[in-house]
Design a protein around this ligand. Structure first.
Ligand code: ZN
Length: 506
């Protein structure tokens, strides 16, 4: 630590302010978690007031002029160059967030928050009634507000590029266009091969009724298998599974569906993948900007790695199947291992993104990305949106959408203004392919370890290479540092082809 001045350490003073903001944000996170898990229904109005007040207090602190002046003084100080790389990165990240938060006028922040809340409420109703026309005016309003916001952030840049960069710093349409067109072409071929293959897996096995009490035991097994720390975390139930928390208090949620045990099972692996990332952040950076995750794409990569690459692998199930059979007794007693494994990995083009298998999943994302891009470029009108959606579903997945609730209205993201976020899910897959390729060089026998039920080596590999790096680098730099290569779709596509050709005997 270099003292920026003799009398008062400006850097320490700035970091103390950031620590307070981080703590307030974590407290707000717990309030949200409670709202989605244990809060009685009647508490919603009281809770929304608590959230509004807390958010306002946090925002005031984030845009406090003293943060700006401390940043200035530190950067102009003679000792600035003597700060470590991590300290300089903290300054950079604080400046980036301060610039973003202070550029947007307060009345726009408020109008946006209000519209997002209304938009989500009306979206719920529109989805329940499958009535796109009801939702369309709200979508138009939030789209306009988002464009305004992007303009304030950077008037010289394309608004959609501004949003992409906010979600995944360093990304723009040019980078994503290239990655996604390779991914799309590769996936379409693989889907064709698997869907047309003779000897299709029998998915009805997965739909056998499995009591929630048994599924709860599986949740605990899954979390323990991938080294989720129960002393610093817990698992509860929520309608839409999510993870919240940081370092020593990380909370995972799941949901139980009696006639699809796999929904809970993969949700737990996915959310515990997110949780591992948070539980294993570098302790020395706690409460600092560098002690955060790298990007949402990297977060999704952690979740999807444990859900799909590990959790759907033959070796993982060779190890767990005896215990699975012991827990489920008669339910799956007649099912041979290979039949079960193939059912669990069936490639099944379907309407709903959150239920999609790993092979078709990214196409759901690419479709949304292409639509967002064209919406911001003014190339498609909101009147035509359902038609465009349905046509793309037909082109990419061969699926007919008859009902907007299962089409353009299925996700909540746009209602709340979450434009530019969808690409992160598919980027997570692409990171995963490249991380796996590198991990296989470091731990060539990782599959044997998994087969023995010992996942510590692969978890530790992630801890060392990803979790412990916190937010020291932007995503494109981090993937290059870990793997020695620029981000490429090649590794993810190779992995999928290899796995699914085996499963489908192609
Ligand atoms: Zn996730």
């Amino acid at each position: 630590m270099v003292k920026i001045t003799q009398e008062i350490d400006l850097y320490e003073k700035l970091l103390a302010k950031i620590k307070e903001i981080t703590i307030l944000n974590n407290a707000l996170g717990t309030i949200y978690w409670d709202m989605e898990t244990f809060m009685p229904k009647g508490g919603i109005e009281q809770r929304s007031e608590e959230i509004a007040i807390m958010s306002g207090l946090i925002h005031e602190r984030v845009v406090e002029p003293e943060i700006g002046s401390l940043l200035e003084k530190i950067k102009q100080h003679n000792n600035y160059e003597k700060l470590s790389d991590a300290e300089k990165r903290n300054i950079y990240l604080i400046q980036r967030s301060y610039d973003q938060q202070t550029k947007i006028p307060k009345d726009l922040v408020m109008a946006y928050a209000k519209q997002a809340a209304i938009g989500v409420e009306i979206w719920k109703k529109a989805k329940a009634e499958s009535n796109y026309k009801l939702f369309q005016p709200e979508l138009e309003k939030i789209l306009e507000l988002t464009k305004k916001q992007a303009h304030y952030l950077n008037p010289d840049k394309d608004p959609y590029d501004v949003l992409l960069d906010q979600n995944e710093p360093g990304f723009n349409r040019e980078i994503i266009d290239k990655l996604f067109s390779e991914l799309r072409d590769g996936l379409k071929l693989l889907i064709k091969d698997t869907v047309e293959a003779p000897n299709q897996p029998d998915y009805s096995i997965i739909e056998r009724k499995c009591p929630v009490e048994i599924q709860k035991k599986m949740s605990e097994d899954m979390a323990k298998l991938i080294k989720f720390d129960f002393k610093r975390g817990r698992i509860d139930e929520a309608v839409h599974p999510f993870t919240s928390g940081y370092y020593d208090d990380v909370r995972v949620t799941t949901r139980y569906i009696e006639n699809d045990f796999s929904s809970n099972l993969f949700a737990v692996l996915h959310e515990c993948g997110h949780a591992l990332y948070e539980q294993n952040m570098p302790k020395k950076f706690k409460y600092q900007p560098v002690g955060y995750y790298c990007s949402m794409g990297f977060h999704e990569a952690q979740a999807r790695f444990f859900e799909n690459i590990v959790g759907r692998s033959r070796e993982f199930w060779e190890q767990y199947y005896p215990r699975f059979k012991e827990l489920t007794g008669e339910i799956f007693a007649d099912i041979e291992f290979d039949v079960f494994l193939r059912a669990l990995n069936k490639v099944n083009p379907s309407k709903i993104r959150v239920e999609a298998d790993p092979v078709t999943y990214s196409l759901h994302i690419i479709l949304r990305y292409e639509i967002e891009k064209e919406l911001f470029a003014g190339k498609i009108s909101l009147d035509d949106l359902p038609k465009v959606w349905n046509q793309k579903m037909k082109d990419y997945l061969g699926i007919d959408i008859e009902d907007d609730a299962e089409g353009v209205l299925q996700d909540t993201h746009w209602a709340g203004g979450g434009f530019g976020y969808f690409p992160d899910y598919a980027l997570g897959n692409i990171y995963d392919g490249q991380l796996l390729w590198t991990m296989e060089q470091d731990i060539p026998n990782w599959r044997d370890q998994v087969k023995k039920g010992d996942n510590s080596k692969i978890v530790n590999w992630m801890v060392k290479n990803v979790h412990q790096k916190g937010n020291l680098l932007d995503a494109l730099d981090l993937i290059k540092e870990i793997t020695g290569e620029e981000l490429s779709t090649k590794y993810y596509l190779d992995y999928l082809r290899k796995e699914y050709k085996k499963l489908y005997s192609l």
